[in-house]
Design a binder for this molecule. Structure first.
Ligand SMILES: [Zn+2]
Length: 84
């Protein structure tokens, strides 16, 4: 358990997925919401952050419409929504 109280991800891949999932799940205004992840010095795991430079994978997913499509798909399949 991290002293920061933030949710921990054990790998960069999981943190990236969580970052993108968050944007699919929630409607963030431009400039809000998590944009990147960082390796925590306290727990050694990764946490999402709304500060800093936007993660490349997230920027791509936003730019190429992946997140929009996933949002639409999630809306149609509420019951299949992953818990995370
Ligand atoms: Zn931590």
């Amino acid at each position: 358990m991290c002293p920061s109280g933030k949710r921990s991800y054990i790998s960069e891949a999981l943190a990236t997925d969580a970052l993108i999932e968050a944007h699919i799940q929630f409607e963030y205004r431009t400039g809000n919401g998590p944009v990147a992840f960082y390796k925590c010095e306290d727990c050694g795991a990764y946490h999402l952050t709304s500060n800093g430079v936007m993660n490349t994978r997230l920027a791509e997913a936003l730019a190429n419409g992946t997140i929009k499509r996933q949002k639409a798909a999630a809306g149609w399949n509420d019951k299949l929504k992953k818990r995370w």
